[in-house]
Design a protein around this ligand. Structure first.
Ligand SMILES: O=C(COP(=O)(O)O)[C@H](O)[C@H](O)COP(=O)(O)O
Length: 317
């Protein structure tokens, strides 16, 4: 571990790694705040040392989880603000960029919520997978508009993030039916929209989200149920414009089965991918704070936002 990295940044990195901090938007908010702390607490004596410290902190955060592109996008946003030639000026740059980033994130989610809410009608039933703050912002806005929405919530094995979704929908006054993941197809006939979030959206409109999203989308398409992805532009993956693919995180097998039970089964191989890729043909709309897009046209928005490429400011020059 790099000694220059502040203990608070390490703590946040650990919590992202163990998923106490999870979900793409929440991770982005946490890493921006972590960089802010690193800058505030830095005792670097010259601008070069300060930049090196911030790079080291960013690298520690970057290496926690590979799939949610909101993480590197947040690091880029905060670090690209470093333009001053003095330590005090650089500190100020980072604090301001981090604050601006977090405020924009909140605003984007609220704006996206209003766009998504327009797709939902009074009396609609949605089906959710995992827990997405962007997706729930759409439901919240619809409820605030006075619409009655009901939800069928998939539990989302192995980590059961569906429980968080069920509890937050309940707090909004949305009646919830909780189902096991394998019951999704059975209940799709009762559903008006599948509503999920995204960890990354690729330039071709593919959606990378919690494992099980692609199977749900294929089944929904088969039943004619529209699939709506709520993803603020922070989830757009700039690297995919230049041919890079999205790395799918493989997590520990102990999330799936404990060692004792595994041994009783004769120690079969266990695979635990955290995410999957839903091709654009199974997605009806990607809802962002900039409006809704058919997945195939998302690349136009990406070019506008990122140009043709991006930097990796956590890499040593
Ligand atoms: O797949 C997940 C979370 O996976 P994990 O639990 O493994 O982090 C969420 O759907 C997206 O991150 C979007 O969330 P949000 O809309 O809150 O950014």
């Amino acid at each position: 571990m790099d000694e220059r990295v502040h203990p608070e940044v390490r703590r946040i990195a650990d919590e992202i790694d163990t998923m106490e901090i999870r979900g793409a938007a929440t991770i982005a908010d946490a890493v921006a705040r972590a960089l802010r702390t690193q800058a505030e607490e830095s005792d670097a004596i010259d601008p070069g040392a300060f930049r090196g410290e911030l790079r080291a902190a960013a690298r520690t955060l970057y290496e926690t989880r590979p799939t949610a592109v909101s993480l590197p996008n947040a690091l880029r946003y905060v670090l690209r603000g470093m333009s001053s030639t003095t330590v005090e000026g650089l500190r100020q740059n980072v604090v301001e960029s981090a604050d601006e980033f977090c405020a924009r994130l909140d605003r984007a989610q609220a704006d996206l919520g209003h766009v998504g809410a327009n797709r939902l009608r009074d009396g609609d039933v949605i089906m959710t997978h995992c827990h997405s703050t962007d997706a729930l912002a759409c439901v919240e806005a619809a409820v605030e508009q006075g619409k009655h929405i009901e939800a069928i919530v998939k539990e989302t094995r192995p980590r059961n993030q569906g429980h968080i979704t069920a509890s937050e929908l309940h707090e909004m006054g949305v009646p919830v039916t909780l189902i096991v993941d394998s019951a999704a197809r059975r209940y799709l006939n009762d559903v008006d929209h599948v509503l999920v979030g995204a960890d990354a959206v690729a330039a071709d409109g593919s959606v990378i989200n919690k494992i099980g999203t692609s199977g749900l989308a294929v089944n929904a398409r088969d039943r004619g149920t529209p699939i709506m992805v709520a993803a603020q532009t922070l989830k757009l993956h700039p690297g995919t414009m230049t041919g890079h693919t999205v790395d799918i995180e493989m997590r520990d097998t102990d999330e799936v089965i404990d060692d004792e039970t595994l041994a009783e089964l004769g120690n079969p191989t266990v695979k635990n991918p955290a995410f999957d890729v839903t091709p654009p043909r199974y997605v009806d709309a990607i809802v962002t704070e900039r409006g809704q897009f058919p997945p195939e046209s998302i690349v136009i928005l990406m070019r506008e936002l990122f140009g043709e490429g991006t930097t990796e400011p956590w890499v040593e020059p």
